[in-house]
Write a new protein. Structure first.
Length: 211
């Protein structure tokens, strides 16, 4: 069942943590802070920055899972079979940041169903967007207003890179529109918010709650 993925070295490369990616980290952390869960399942270890902050600054009991044991997750598990590793409703919140595009889109509904079964309250998912994107933000006194506009132009080429650990799909590619992604999410969750990171509109966030 496992698919080959990017190696742990990828996350240590100096070119990985760009300004845009750091901006995305902030939105990851902010989505968790707003939900204020006591327990969180984070799917995909990545650099570990969001995990560290949630544990040490927000005081959340975080459990990380990844099928790649070399990344040293708390639990080695595949997102397509999470219920084999955890009992239903074990966590208040689930999170998968830039993870699910590394599996075929045909398996996306199964992944969302597995996450839904494990959480009681909420989840946040972020995914890459392949369309043309523009984003900007503005600060008025102490309040930050987030604005964004995205034009998604379908693309004809295939993101399938079997055996290389890269993206199988992205939002805005023909066959995986934003509408199609929302439809899958809304089969298991209520979609509270969908937005692009103004500083890095390649990343699209979906904040979800259990109905």
């Amino acid at each position: 069942m496992n698919n080959l993925q990017v190696s742990e070295v990828h996350y240590r490369e100096s070119s990985y943590d760009t300004f845009e990616r750091w901006s995305s980290y902030w939105y990851q952390i902010e989505s968790i802070r707003k939900a204020n869960p006591q327990t969180l399942l984070e799917i995909g270890v990545g650099t570990g920055l969001t995990t560290w902050y949630a544990r040490n600054r927000l005081g959340i009991d975080v459990t990380t899972c990844d099928f790649d044991a070399s990344l040293q997750p708390d639990v080695v598990a595949d997102v397509r079979s999470l219920t084999e590793a955890f009992p239903d409703r074990q966590f208040e919140m689930g999170a998968a940041f830039q993870v699910l595009e590394h599996l075929p889109f045909s398996e996306f509904p199964l992944c969302i169903e597995q996450i839904s079964r494990l959480v009681t309250t909420s989840a946040t998912i972020s995914l890459p967007h392949a369309g043309w994107r523009w984003g900007f933000s503005a600060r008025i006194r102490s309040h930050v207003w987030r604005f964004g506009y995205t034009l998604a132009k379908p693309r004809s080429w295939d993101f399938h890179h079997e055996g290389r650990g890269e993206h199988y799909w992205e939002i805005g590619v023909k066959g995986t529109s934003l509408r199609a992604v929302k439809k899958v999410l809304e089969q298991q969750f209520h979609l509270d918010d969908c937005y692009f990171v103004p500083e890095h509109p390649y990343h699209c966030f979906f904040e979800l709650s259990k109905s």
